[in-house]
Design a protein around this ligand. Structure first.
Ligand SMILES: [Fe+2]
Ligand SMILES: [Fe+2]
Length: 414
């Protein structure tokens, strides 16, 4: 402890041992787990502050007074030593905080995303080199989602999600957004599922969310040099990335995940016309959850910034997703080439080189360049329209669902 002082005493220092938190996240119960401080200026001192403990004994203050006090503070601080307790407090009280309408939607969304990010990052780290996802981790994720489900399946929470759209494309943030979109979609379209009653629907929403959260978990097994590559992917890298669906499923093997959730994860890159992966399924062969995950996945991928491309607006993304591609035949030819390993033609320049070493090097770089060009061309072609990738009826429902939020107006696309 600083200078032999105890938590609960006043501290004087540069503040590096304290972090600011949102006072309205605090509900009066459970406060005894950690201490709250206010930051006071010290006359004549720069860079040094006094941190005064605000509530030493919360039980002595009436609850209504405490609530009034908390809402009057703009920022309060906690000591770094108690961050663990504070985080646990947030997880335990998530359902109360997310339901608190006096906290801005954006702030609540960020809290939820942060907490889920932590869990998913933990899952990713814990599973490097391990064949399966620990059931304990899965249970904690399900618990978190169950607490948050009212919030994330509420169409109004999309307003919070909008603030995250266009941001980074880290696998974990992407997965949260996909899970969130799936929750909203399932909640808004119960007629698509054979469920009777609220409890069954709620269970389905939890499963859809957790599925979204974990759909790309297999990326933990893909080399980060490939995942974070700043240029276009060549065929080798592209095919390596495709393996993530199988890895995701193998990590979840033997978990208590229902089969249809596992299948949804395995097939979330299957296209409606059979041009997707891993099994080239088409139309009715693709399970419903996989189709929904595919739509949410592509919507988030297009609206997020990636190392090699700027983000599209939600409107642009949906215009691409619903658009008919005039060059569909060419696009299919290219997909076919990748599927079959694509023997790239060796150029005349390479054949004419006399030195075998240089010839080999030139050959390799030529192949890479050609592969990169094809992937680039394929992406450009994709931007002309991806309607062939999705179930048209589900995509329409997806647009309608997003359109219900005041955050978007897609009426011209419907
Ligand atoms: Fe994926
Ligand atoms: Fe994804």
């Amino acid at each position: 402890m600083d200078g032999g002082m105890d938590i609960g005493d006043d501290f004087v220092g540069d503040g590096s041992n304290f972090i600011g938190i949102v006072p309205t996240f605090i509900t009066p119960n459970n406060l005894t787990r950690f201490h709250l401080y206010e930051k006071l200026e010290l006359a004549g001192e720069t860079g040094v502050h006094r941190f005064r403990c605000l509530l030493k004994d919360t039980t002595s203050i009436p609850e209504s007074t405490l609530i009034r006090m908390l809402s009057s503070w703009e920022c309060v601080y906690i000591h770094k030593q108690e961050v663990g307790d504070y985080e646990q407090y947030l997880k335990d009280n998530l359902h109360i905080i997310l339901a608190n309408d006096s906290i801005a939607m954006e702030t609540r969304s960020l809290l939820f995303t942060d907490l889920c990010s932590d869990v998913i990052l933990g899952v990713l780290k814990a599973n490097f080199g391990f064949p399966r996802l620990e059931s304990k981790t899965l249970a904690s994720l399900k618990g978190l989602v169950s607490k948050a489900i009212g919030f994330i399946s509420n169409i109004d929470s999309l307003k919070g999600l909008v603030t995250l759209i266009g941001h980074d494309y880290e696998t974990h943030t992407h997965s949260i957004k996909v899970g969130w979109l799936m929750a909203i979609f399932v909640k808004a379209n119960p007629h698509l599922f054979a469920v009777s009653g609220r409890t069954e629907l709620e269970k389905l929403v939890v499963e859809a969310t957790v599925m979204g959260f974990l759909h790309d978990i297999g990326k933990a097994k893909i080399p980060s040099s490939v995942l974070n590559k700043k240029g276009r992917l060549n065929n080798l890298e592209y095919v390596a990335i495709q393996a993530h669906t199988a890895y995701s499923v193998s990590l979840l093997f033997d978990s208590d995940f229902p089969k249809y959730v596992m299948e949804g994860i395995l097939y979330h890159h299957e296209n409606e016309d059979g041009s997707g992966y891993p099994c080239r399924l088409k139309y009715d062969e693709i399970p419903l959850f996989a189709k929904i995950c595919h739509i949410a996945d592509v919507f988030d991928a297009l609206t997020s910034e990636r190392p090699y491309k700027a983000s599209k607006t939600p409107y642009e993304a949906l215009a691409i997703m619903t658009g008919k591609n005039p060059n569909l035949e060419i696009l299919h030819q290219m997909e076919q080439e990748v599927w079959e390993g694509g023997a790239a033609p060796v150029s005349v320049v390479v054949r004419n080189e006399k030195n075998p070493d240089i010839r080999r090097l030139k050959h390799e770089s030529r192949l890479n360049k050609e592969a990169e060009k094809r992937v680039e061309a394929r992406m450009k072609l994709r931007d002309n329209g991806m309607a062939h990738c999705f179930d048209p009826e589900l995509l329409k429902q997806f647009v309608l669902t997003l359109n219900r939020s005041e955050s978007f107006d897609f009426s011209t696309l419907i």
